[in-house]
Design a protein around this ligand. Structure first.
Ligand SMILES: [Zn+2]
Length: 77
């Protein structure tokens, strides 16, 4: 349930699937993507509570999220 690019998703059985292209992102962004998806297991939305949960594990998530929005489409081979 990524909000900016189609690089990951959660199946109805709560299996997290990541596009292999994320390995070309900075490690801090990869961490954010994983935290983002794990938090969706608790909050299947982008509510205020969801973002508070993301911030617990990734305090500067906004910076990493911005990187993904600006440069995420550059992730290709
Ligand atoms: Zn999301």
């Amino acid at each position: 349930m990524q909000d900016s690019t189609v690089i990951d998703w959660i199946t109805k059985d709560n299996i997290l699937i990541f596009n292999w292209l994320i390995i070309m992102a900075p490690v801090s962004v990869i961490d954010y993507i994983i935290v983002h998806e794990l938090c969706h297991l608790k909050y299947p939305n982008h509510s205020e509570n969801f973002w508070k949960e993301v911030a617990v594990f990734c305090l500067d998530f906004q910076k990493r999220r911005d990187w993904l929005r600006i440069r995420g489409l550059e992730l290709s081979f």
